[in-house]
Design a protein around this ligand. Structure first.
Ligand SMILES: [Zn+2]
Length: 67
């Protein structure tokens, strides 16, 4: 087989991430467009944008009681 060069070229092509401007999905919570290369959170197969999910460190008190 002499297709090593072709495989390498395809690999380089696949490695290119979509740039901004290509909508690849929508946030399952707020519904806004999610662009290629953007960070998202995946929960049970759904995408959530970074505006809808906040990272925090859990402490001993737990989340505020809203009731
Ligand atoms: Zn969102």
């Amino acid at each position: 087989m002499d297709d090593y060069g072709l495989d390498w070229a395809q690999e380089e092509y696949d490695r290119q991430e979509p740039q901004e401007g290509d909508v690849v999905g929508t946030c399952a919570y707020c519904g806004r467009d999610i662009y290629g290369g953007e960070k998202v959170y995946v929960i049970d197969g759904d995408w959530y944008c970074t505006a809808c999910v906040t990272e925090a460190i859990a402490d001993e008190e737990g989340p505020p009681d809203e009731y």
